[in-house]
Ligand binder design. Structure first.
Ligand code: ADP
Ligand code: ZN
Length: 623
């Protein structure tokens, strides 16, 4: 049988050690290898890299020369290139961190056409010297393909806009016959249209993948008075020793939370844009290279982080909108093994996010769009039905209840809060009537529950008709009612003290025309109730191994392989997952191959790695 070394399927197996393309990958790779332009929309972790790497290799083998990969993530280029070289693909990067000798060496490799892929930051595209080099390559037929990663950076609608990305249309103007593939995980319609327009991709085929990430379990819990402890409980119960990301809104909170978790004995590190570049790079490296680091971060962290074994993403604060939530949670479980997306959210989150929009300097139209997006996120947080169905629905995808979110696993009890909501609204109304004063949540709930405080006495609120009409409900229940009323826009907050006021729409609720269905707050975490379909709960404390479903003997082999891998990774100055991912080591541990031939059948073992590491691995397994 004749083997076609240029065939994408062959390259997938030989270089990456994978037996099959996932979803749309096969079509995309076919199209791009053949010289077509493409815009690829795939969720984070969906497998975008192979969509340009396989065509780059195929075209290079066909004598077409070098693929230029444009990426905004200078800090990650070293590892990306290292991963390709480990797989036997000649790749390099050019950026400001290189010495001039290193840069010249790489330029020679590029100009000779030997290089398969060159990674560069967008600002290099406007460098005249670099453009002249591309001209020369192009004249000799050695400029194969342009891959534009994180393509949403070209759009002002996307949240990561970069000026330099605007210059990328230059590539097409100068080299109209060189095919281009642009890739992004941002799905939103406006952004998509913007990318096409700005990168002149009107002729490109658009590939939109399903946005579902079935191995991620979504959980949103009600914030109690000690959210950090809720977080710690979640990590201890489900993710002892696992790598994860904790998102907070402010830099201060990032630092406080990281310090607190560390004092509790976790390996936690802070990351935000206010930290020194050196510190940031060091923390990022540790996260990528060491096991079990919890990165506490603002949204400044995460883009392009392709660590496959992040087992959880937690939110201590509400993200801006569903796009952000999905992008951030999508950083968990890229390897396909079980991962958790966990968020704690409360009244203050709703109030803060609304305030941030109101106080921003943007125009009213922009604010209106932001408010709409926030509302969709709040509806997700308050939902009593399948979270995944709502998430996918937001991206225009229909689906069935998933069986792998908190609401599917233990459907929340609901209660009819319509009466309570009416009492609450009329109490706010009475405050206002009674001297035009406005009050905040605490006082409102005190009056409803009939709690005689100094403030009640001072304003004579015990004589209001709504005094103590809600003594039957707990303070937590009242907070849930208020949260819903604010989330739904019937009540809004004003000023420094977050005092409460009625919106026009409150009238319909007061008249009893709107029904309010509320979740019964889960006061204690229901341990055990989270009986998992995929084994995400790790009570043994070895959550990582459990997520990979290993029994005793296999577990021992897995640990031995990990120890071996960490030696190799250190020697090569690369993160461990670049050598082999955990899922690959787990499969080795399970299958316990006895020969190189058997080992080569394991997913993730390509020809180059088999040659470089095969014998050592068999030796480790024997021991
Ligand atoms: P993205 O860039 O879309 O976020 P990646 O390209 O990093 O995703 O891929 C996510 C993970 O899935 C990686 O660990 C990668 O090795 C793995 N992967 C991608 N495609 C395949 C495939 N066809 N078979 C097996 N694993 C794959
Ligand atoms: Zn569900």
């Amino acid at each position: 049988m004749k083997i076609d070394h240029h065939a994408p399927q062959h390259i997938l197996q030989e270089v990456f050690g994978y037996s099959a393309f996932r979803g749309a990958q096969a079509d995309i790779v076919q199209h791009v290898s053949g010289g077509g332009d493409a815009l690829v929309l795939m969720p984070t972790g969906g497998g975008k890299s192979l969509c340009y790497q396989v065509p780059a290799i195929a075209r290079h083998r066909g004598g077409r020369g070098v693929t230029l990969v444009v990426s905004p993530l200078i800090a990650l280029m070293h590892d990306q290139v290292g991963a390709l070289e480990e797989a036997g693909v000649h790749a390099a990067f050019l950026n400001s961190t290189l010495s001039s000798e290193e840069a010249s060496r790489i330029e020679r490799e590029m100009m000779s056409g030997r290089l398969v892929m060159l990674y560069a930051a967008p600002e290099r595209i406007t460098n005249p010297r670099f453009l002249a080099q591309l001209d020369s390559l192009h004249e000799r037929g050695l400029l194969s393909l342009f891959a534009i990663d994180e393509a949403h950076c070209v759009s002002q609608w996307g949240h990561d806009f970069r000026n330099e990305y605007l210059e990328l249309s230059l590539l097409h103007e100068r080299f109209p016959d060189v095919p281009r593939v642009a890739l992004t995980a941002t799905a939103d319609d406006i952004t998509r249209a913007d990318i096409i327009e700005r990168l002149r991709l009107q002729e490109a085929r658009v590939f939109i993948s399903s946005f579902d990430r079935p191995n991620i379990r979504y959980t949103i819990v009600e914030k109690d008075s000690k959210p950090r402890e809720q977080l710690l409980r979640f990590i201890r119960d489900e993710h002892e020793d696992d790598a994860g990301v904790v998102y907070c809104q402010s830099r201060k909170k990032v630092e406080e939370t990281a310090a607190w978790l560390e004092a509790e004995g976790l390996k936690a590190l802070p990351y935000h844009a206010g930290l020194d570049t050196g510190v940031r790079q060091r923390h990022q490296d540790r996260f990528l290279r060491e096991d079990g680091i919890v990165m506490v971060a603002t949204v400044a962290f995460g883009m392009g982080i392709d660590k496959p074994d992040v087992r959880f993403v937690a939110h201590l604060d509400l993200p801006k909108n569903i796009e952000s939530y999905y992008q951030e949670t999508g950083r968990g479980g890229r390897d396909g093994a079980a991962a958790n997306a966990w968020m704690t959210y409360g009244l203050a989150d709703v109030v803060n996010q609304r305030r941030m929009i109101d106080d921003s300097p943007s125009n009213e139209e922009f604010k209106q769009v932001q408010r709409g997006k926030l509302d969709a996120l709040l509806a997700l947080a308050e939902a009593t039905d399948c979270r995944r169905q709502r998430l996918l629905g937001y991206f225009g995808e229909a689906s069935q209840p998933c069986g792998n979110c908190d609401n599917c696993i233990s459907p929340p009890a609901t209660w009819d809060g319509t009466e309570a909501a009416r009492k609450m609204l009329s109490c706010i109304y009475r405050f206002h009537q009674n001297g035009g004063q406005r009050f905040g949540a605490g006082h409102l709930i005190d009056v409803l529950r009939g709690k005689l405080t100094d403030k009640v006495g001072q304003y004579g609120h015990q004589s209001l008709s709504t005094w103590a009409v809600g003594a039957d409900l707990s303070e937590q229940q009242w907070r849930a009612v208020l949260r819903q009323l604010i989330a739904l826009g019937h009540v809004f907050t004003e000023g420094e003290y977050h005092t409460l006021a009625l919106a026009e729409t409150a009238r319909a609720v007061l008249k009893g025309e709107v029904q309010l269905l509320l979740r019964v707050p889960a006061s204690a975490p229901k341990r055990g109730a989270r009986g998992s379909t995929r084994g995400a709960s790790g009570k043994s404390g070895r959550a990582a191994a459990e997520a990979l479903d290993l029994d005793g003997q296999a577990q021992q082999r897995f640990e031995a392989l990990k120890a071996w891998r960490s030696e190799v990774a250190k020697e090569h100055g690369l993160p461990a997952y670049v050598i082999f991912q955990n899922v690959t080591l787990a499969e080795m541990a399970r299958a316990n191959p006895q020969s190189l031939d058997e080992l080569s059948g394991i997913s993730g073992v390509g020809a180059k790695k088999l040659e470089a590491y095969g014998r050592e691995i068999l030796r480790v397994l024997e021991a």
